[in-house]
Design a protein around this ligand. Structure first.
Ligand code: FES
Length: 114
């Protein structure tokens, strides 16, 4: 009876950006990535901005924060998750989505209106 109370929570592994990362119980995908030096673009860390979108290639996650930023039906069908709201329930394989406009914008290429 006590055994189940004191059983360690399961730990999972996540393949992300060509690294294998241990995920601690109840840590979000974003928290785990940042702790291991992998930067997933993010903002609010609370499901509001949508900047931390990642693609779940394999595995299952549980959403622990109700996100206010919304995913389109197409995004949902293609496995997009919010890294700041998602906790692993199995081993995961996750792909970071980079916004090519944001990532490639430099001072010389910044959009402007005259
Ligand atoms: S960081 Fe804002 S929704 Fe995840």
């Amino acid at each position: 009876m006590f055994k189940s109370w004191f059983a360690p929570a399961p730990r999972y592994r996540m393949q992300l950006a060509h690294q294998i990362i241990d995920i601690s119980p109840n840590q979000t995908v974003l928290q785990s990535a940042l702790l291991h030096g992998v930067n997933i673009p993010h903002g609010c860390k609370a499901g509001g901005c949508g900047m931390c979108k990642c693609r779940l290639i394999s595995g299952k996650v549980e959403q622990i924060i109700e996100n206010t930023a919304k995913l389109t039906a197409t995004e949902l069908n293609s496995g997009i998750i919010f890294a700041c709201c998602s906790v692993a329930k199995t081993d995961l394989r996750v792909e970071i989505i980079t916004n090519s406009v944001t990532m490639s914008t430099s001072r010389d290429q910044a959009p402007a209106r005259v």
